[in-house]
Design a protein around this ligand. Structure first.
Ligand code: HEM
Length: 135
């Protein structure tokens, strides 16, 4: 598996553990006020990171590009800023932290645009540079 896929999956499982813990906390306490944070931890942190990892595993030529690591770094920094702040804002009732959520969200959005670029860009240049010369 390409290194960037491994990184995405390791990050994803950490967020699944945190997302499930937040879900259990809500279910046990009976206070569902932080459900949007729980949903985003699971969907941005677990599901989307795992899909990114799976995409790079299926496209190893693209996984070797520097932009794949930039995508991983930016996306992960974004969700690490956004999700704990969102949880803190909703679970503990701290609306003043919303600008931090906004900054994290914008970083996540930028990383998603980078992924869009990766998906639409051709992997031909990488493949032809590494392929054996034709006879
Ligand atoms: C042990 C695991 C989990 C527990 C105990 C749990 C618990 C909960 C609870 C108590 C709510 C609030 C429901 C409400 O008030 O309407 C909720 C909402 C939600 N959960 Fe989970 N959850 C778990 C795992 C997951 C996972 C793995 C995902 C996604 C991959 C997920 C996605 C969502 C979403 C999207 C909502 C919002 C649903 C809505 O809009 O009503 N949950 N969960």
């Amino acid at each position: 598996m390409p290194r960037v896929s491994e990184l995405f999956f390791k990050t994803a499982i950490v967020f699944l553990i945190l997302g499930v813990a937040a879900g259990l906390q809500m279910a046990i306490s009976g206070d569902h006020g932080a459900f949007p944070a729980h949903a985003h931890i699971n969907l941005l942190g677990w599901v989307t990171s795992a899909i990114f990892g799976g995409y790079y595993a299926l496209n190893p030529a693209k996984a070797e590009r520097r932009i794949a690591v930039i995508h991983y770094g930016l996306y992960t920094v974004g969700i690490v800023i956004m999700l704990p702040a969102l949880y803190w804002m909703l679970a503990a009732g701290h609306p003043e932290i919303e600008p931090v959520v906004a900054i994290g969200s914008l970083i996540v959005a930028a990383a998603v645009l980078i992924f869009g670029f990766v998906v639409f860009s051709s992997s031909e240049t990488v493949r032809s540079a590494t392929a054996a010369p034709a006879r």
